[in-house]
Write a protein that binds this ligand. Structure first.
Ligand code: NDP
Length: 435
């Protein structure tokens, strides 16, 4: 804690994983002796840099850029780039640490990394976004590469930003390679990457429900956020026969008891980049309400909750509200959306709980498939990628379920995910010696 003072999110993420790993410590003295636990919490490398850019008024702006190359035991570093004013070292370290185990669970050879900046994309012109992305990549390009570190999107980094960053990398290095994932389809992107995290979340949730004699069909679902993950989780949950009744952004939430009209949301968020409250003016549904503030969304009665916005968005009180309203499953599209108190409420009330590093791994898994396609210089159809994603999510659920059972924690998929994700990386670290 002293070494990482001032980084509460990182300490929270490590504490959660290490608490789950207690039974592994008892069973695997060889991993303790190999110093795996001490080594795995220290990033292999952390890079911080200045990102200067000129705004539309000709004024110089300066942001701070980060790339944490956390662990390369099982493959090149892989993880997204977050652009949000709340970004600082502790956020990128927590995300990079989580990414190690998530990437391990995907069954693909990817190490853990994460990056970002405290740049706020909201309200910026296309030109400003482009100049920022070019400046960010001018420095980052020295540290990454298709066999070394392959960044992707995250909050604030979508197709547009990846395009600008890719263009600048190619220009600086004179090299067309799969150095970023989430690329446009005309220059090496993979079909189904846009949908992957939201779809994958629902594939995982469906497996978890099935294993417990339940399903999405006819259920009421609340989803937070209205970005990439939330939109495609809404799409797949609806295809599974559920009714999604709420979405949010950082200003407030909409409640549509008749079921969200997703085409309207896509037009507002993906095309016009406007706020979710616009939905009220656009939908043909009559009973829609918009409420300022985010946390109230968890007081809406639902069977299944899929938090898809940001870290620590469900606290103990919100979790209790979900339980009181009869919610029986929570699966995380966002990274670490539940506080430790919220997780305690889920587990002590017997909720089915799908933790982020398993439930939202579909995005990075499909990024892994994008890397494979780039290496082959070939691309698969949407159906091929989607089928592979579906298989991977089934396999992730199986790993969580099996590891939980093996360690006497049946039904605790959080412990199962942490243990299964950890063991693969830990074996590789032990085999490679003290590096
Ligand atoms: P986007 O930027 O596309 O969307 C984020 C959404 O969450 C926006 O609607 C945003 O609203 C909302 N949001 C942000 N902060 C808050 C808040 N404090 N309260 C309520 N809503 C908020 O990001 P993504 O959809 O890509 O990412 C969402 C989450 O999923 C993140 O935790 C990310 O790390 C995780 N994730 C994403 C993956 C991907 O493939 N995209 C893969 C794995 C995990 P606003 O517009 O107001 O900011």
């Amino acid at each position: 804690k002293k070494r990482n003072a001032g980084e509460p999110e990182f300490i929270q993420a490590v504490t959660e994983v290490f608490e789950s790993l207690q039974p592994v410590v008892e069973k695997r003295q060889d991993l303790v002796d190999a110093g795996v636990f001490e080594r795995i919490v220290e990033p292999e490398r952390q890079i911080m840099f200045r990102v200067p850019w000129v705004d539309d008024n000709g004024k110089t702006q300066v942001n701070r850029g980060f790339r944490i190359q956390f662990n390369s035991a099982i493959g090149p570093y892989k993880g997204g780039i977050r652009l949000h004013p709340s970004v600082y070292l502790g956020i990128i370290k927590f995300l990079g640490f989580e990414q190690i185990f998530k990437n391990s669970l995907t069954t693909l050879p990817m190490g853990g990394g994460k990056g970002g900046s405290d740049f706020d994309p909201k309200g910026k012109s296309d030109g400003e976004i482009m100049r920022f992305c070019q400046s960010f990549m001018t420095e980052l390009c020295r540290h990454i590469g298709p066999d070394c570190d392959v960044p992707a999107g995250d909050i604030g980094t979508g197709g547009r930003e990846i395009g600008y960053m890719f263009g600048q990398y190619k220009r600086m290095r004179n090299e067309f390679s799969g150095v970023l994932t989430g690329k446009g389809l005309t220059y090496g992107g993979s079909l189904a990457r846009t949908e992957a995290t939201g779809y994958g979340l629902c594939y995982f949730t469906n497996e978890m429900l099935k294993a417990n004699g339940k399903s999405f069909d006819g259920k009421t679902v609340v989803i937070s956020g209205s970005g990439n993950v939330a939109i495609y989780a809404t799409e797949k949950a609806t295809q599974y026969g559920a009714k999604v009744v709420a979405l949010s952004d950082s200003n407030g939430y909409i409640h549509d008891p008749d079921g969200i009209e997703l085409d309207v949301v896509k037009q507002i968020k993906e095309v016009e980049r406007k706020r979710i409250k616009e939905y009220v003016n656009r939908t043909s549904h009559k009973n829609v309400t918009y409420t300022e503030g985010c946390s109230g969304i968890w007081t809406i009665k639902c069977d299944i909750a899929l938090p898809c916005a940001t870290q620590n968005e469900i606290n103990g009180e919100s979790a209790q509200a979900l339980v009181n309203n009869g919610c029986f499953a929570v699966a995380e599209g966002a990274n670490m959306p539940s506080t430790p108190e919220a997780i305690e409420v889920y587990l002590s009330n017997g909720l089915l709980y799908g933790p982020a590093k398993a439930a939202n791994a579909g995005g990075v898994a499909t990024s892994g498939l994008e890397m494979s396609q780039n290496s082959m210089r070939y691309s698969w159809t949407f159906e091929e990628v989607d089928a592979k994603l579906h298989d991977i999510m089934k396999e992730i659920f199986k790993q969580c379920d099996t590891a939980a059972k093996e360690y006497g924690l049946e039904g605790n998929y959080m412990a199962g995910a942490n243990i299964a994700g950890f063991l693969k990386v830990a074996e590789a670290m032990k085999a490679q010696g003290c590096v």
